[in-house]
Ligand binder design. Structure first.
Ligand SMILES: O=C(O)CC1=CCC(=O)O1
Length: 255
C-alpha cells in the first residue's frame, strides 16, 4: 500500500536530537502542546498527524498499524531523518512499537505512553468504527473525553479540557474509524521481544482506556525497558501531568 504524506510540524533548535511525537486516536498534533515549552531547546521535535487525523490526508479505512508505521518511515525519509527517538501515546505508542520492531535502524530511544500491544475486544472497536461512520464524531466526543481525563481534572479545569473536546469532534469520522479498525486488528505481543531500543513505558494510574496492566505487559516483553506509573492521570497523561511527562520523556531521550 502507498504511504500517506503526513502533516507535521517541526520545532526546536537545528542540531538538537530529534524526537518524533505520535498521538492518540482522535487527536491531532496539538495534543502535545503542553510538552513543547517544557522541552525548552533540548530537542528538535517533529509532531505529526496519523493518516485520517488532523491535517493529514484521509484515505478510506480500514487501516493497519503497519500502514501507520510505514507512513512514519516515509515521513522520516521526506525530512531526511536517518534515526530518531520516538514517543507515542496510545495509537501513537502502537505505531512506535511497530517501528522499533520492524525498522530498528531508524529508532534510537522509545517512549510508550498509555498504550497497549493488544487491546481486545475487537468487536468493540469495530462497533465504534461503525458508529462514527454512521453518526459522525460529535456524539462520541463526551465518551472519549471521559477516558482521556479524570473526573477531577474535567471538573476543576474545564477551560483546559474544552479544546480537546473540539479536537475529537473535528477528527474526520473515516480517519477515526480507520484507526479503530487498526486497533481491532492489532496484536504486537510477538513484536515486543524484537525491540532493542532503550524504552520507557509510562502508564496513567487512572487510565480506563489502557490501564497500567498493559504497560506492565509491554515492560515485561521489551528487554531494555523501564515502567513508570504516573498518579492522577487518565489516558492523555501528557495533558493532565504535563511537567512529569515532559521531564520523563526528555530525561529518557537525552540521557
Ligand atoms: O478509547 C479511547 O478513546 C482511547 C484510546 C484507545 C486507543 C487510543 O489511541 O485512544
Amino acid at each position: 500500500m502507498t504511504a500517506t504524506t503526513l502533516f507535521q510540524r517541526t520545532t526546536g533548535p537545528l542540531g538538537a536530537p530529534f524526537l518524533l511525537l505520535g498521538g492518540s486516536l482522535g487527536s491531532n498534533l496539538d495534543m502535545w502542546r503542553p510538552q513543547l515549552p517544557r522541552f525548552g531547546d533540548r530537542l528538535r521535535v517533529v509532531r505529526f498527524d496519523h493518516r485520517g487525523h488532523g491535517g493529514s490526508p484521509v484515505p478510506a479505512g480500514p487501516y493497519r498499524i503497519e500502514d501507520l508505521g510505514r507512513d512514519v518511515i516515509a515521513l522520516l525519509d521526506r525530512l531526511g531523518i536517518e534515526r530518531t527517538s520516538y514517543c507515542g501515546l496510545s495509537l501513537g505508542g502502537m505505531v512506535g512499537m511497530w517501528l522499533a520492531a520492524h525498522a530498528p535502524e531508524r529508532i534510537d530511544r522509545l517512549v510508550l505512553i498509555c498504550t497497549a500491544a493488544h487491546l481486545p475486544p475487537a468487536d468493540g472497536w469495530l462497533a465504534r468504527a461503525e458508529q462514527v461512520r454512521a453518526v459522525g464524531m460529535a456524539p462520541v466526543a463526551d465518551a472519549v473525553l471521559g477516558r482521556w481525563f479524570t473526573p477531577r481534572f474535567r471538573a476543576a479545569l474545564p477551560a483546559r479540557v474544552a479544546p480537546y473536546r473540539a479536537m475529537i469532534a473535528a477528527c474526520p469520522a473515516e480517519g477515526y474509524a480507520g484507526g479503530c479498525e487498526a486497533i481491532a486488528a492489532m496484536d504486537l505481543r510477538e513484536d515486543l521481544h524484537r525491540i532493542g531500543a532503550p524504552t520507557l513505558v509510562i502508564a496513567g494510574a487512572d487510565d480506563p482506556a489502557s490501564p497500567p496492566e498493559h504497560g506492565e505487559r509491554i515492560h515485561e516483553g521489551i528487554r531494555d525497558s523501564r515502567l513508570v506509573v504516573v498518579p492522577n492521570a487518565a489516558h492523555l497523561a501528557n495533558v493532565e501531568q504535563p511537567d512529569t511527562i515532559a521531564q520523563l520523556i526528555s530525561d529518557h531521550v537525552t540521557d
